[in-house]
Design a protein around this ligand. Structure first.
Ligand code: ATP
Length: 324
């Protein structure tokens, strides 16, 4: 069975900017795939090429093994959920969901729409128009409107960015469970590494129009290919040729046997984060480090002399690049 979506050496060069350069990836059917990266790295342009809103400068895009280059956006069996949701404000939730089905001349529209309203938990609110729906509800209608068309791939551009942080976490969990239930392949664009890690089966981390690393969330977090990837996914204490993440750095008041993986440090300040502390400390060479310390411990205080240590397997050995 071919992958549901495959990009082969895809580039998009605008006259003034190389937005995407030589991107290759392949996505297995039924997976949740994230295009992750900082602003301007080319994620949205990549998504727009799959949707058909932008034409690649070079390369191929295959949907279930077929080159979709000649197809217009509406001829491709993919649908897009836009960041703004782009609902029709004068239509009810139900009419928004029905819209695409009617245009396609589908049969059994009522049943399809009822099933979708159940699926996104909007039954009972189907007669409301978007101005009377909350942000989360609008998003559900936008999802239902796209899913009811049963696309091979659903493209989602920053689908959670319009929601407030608390709702965002809840909707994130709902989105994943919805994807599992419908079994449709989702490709989600996000600049939020936590979101990509929590949602995705596989992540393509993009940097300056190229893929910096492709892999499962565990792969890219635990085995980053370079310092850009390591730094983008979370804090790293770089100590010369290697780095150690704050959660892998241990801190103790007790004397410890000195060795290559131990340092003296002076606590500068401790930040309480609810579930843990982030303790900032200065090493003997003046370098600042941060250690994630469990909340149950007696909190470290500024000015305290401590020891830090770590395990060899937690060292990230990555050469420093030109731009990290
Ligand atoms: P963001 O998260 O900010 O949307 P992104 O990773 O989605 O970023 P893109 O929107 O794909 O990035 O843009 C990639 C780069 O290409 C950016 O530097 C952008 O300015 C540039 N770009 C996008 N569209 C055009 C265009 N039509 N003409 C020229 N440059 C463009």
């Amino acid at each position: 069975m071919p992958p549901v979506l495959e990009l082969r050496s895809v580039s998009k060069h605008f006259p003034t900017h190389k937005a995407v350069s030589d991107v290759s990836l392949s996505i297995e059917r039924g997976k949740l795939f994230a295009l992750l990266g900082p602003s301007g790295c080319g994620k949205t342009t990549t998504l727009r090429m799959v949707a058909g809103f932008d034409k690649p400068t070079s390369g191929q895009i295959l949907l279930s093994g077929q080159d979709i280059a000649p197809l217009e956006p509406y001829e491709r069996n993919v649908t897009t959920v836009f960041q703004s949701y782009a609902l029709f404000p004068h239509l009810t939730a139900r009419e928004n969901i029905e819209f695409g089905l009617r245009r396609k001349g589908a049969t059994d529209i009522d049943k399809h729409v009822r099933d979708m309203l159940e699926l996104v938990q909007m039954a009972g609110k189907e007669d409301r128009k978007p101005p009377r729906l909350s942000g989360g509800e609008k998003q559900r209608v936008a999802l239902a409107r796209a899913l009811v068309l049963e696309p091979e791939v659903l493209l989602l551009d920053e689908p959670l960015s319009a929601l407030d942080p608390k709702l965002r976490k809840q909707v994130r969990a709902e989105l994943k469970s919805l994807q599992r239930r419908v079994g449709i392949t989702f490709v989600i664009v996000t600049h939020d590494q936590e979101e990509a890690m929590m949602l995705a089966d596989e992540v393509a981390l993009m940097h300056k129009g190229q893929i910096a690393q492709l892999g499962t969330p565990e792969d890219i977090y635990l085995r980053p290919a370079n310092r850009f990837v390591a730094n983008f996914l979370g804090a790293v204490n770089w100590m010369g040729s290697f780095g150690v993440r704050p959660e892998a750095l241990r801190m103790t008041r007790d004397p410890i046997e000195s060795g290559p993986r131990t340092r003296f440090a002076n606590v500068e300040h401790a930040m309480f984060l609810g579930s843990c502390f982030h303790v900032h400390a200065k090493l003997g060479d003046g370098k600042l480090i941060v250690a994630e310390v469990s909340r149950v411990d007696d909190p470290f205080r500024p000015g305290e002399h401590v020891h830090v240590w770590w395990n060899g397997e937690d060292e990230l050995h990555l050469p420093a690049g030109a731009d990290e």
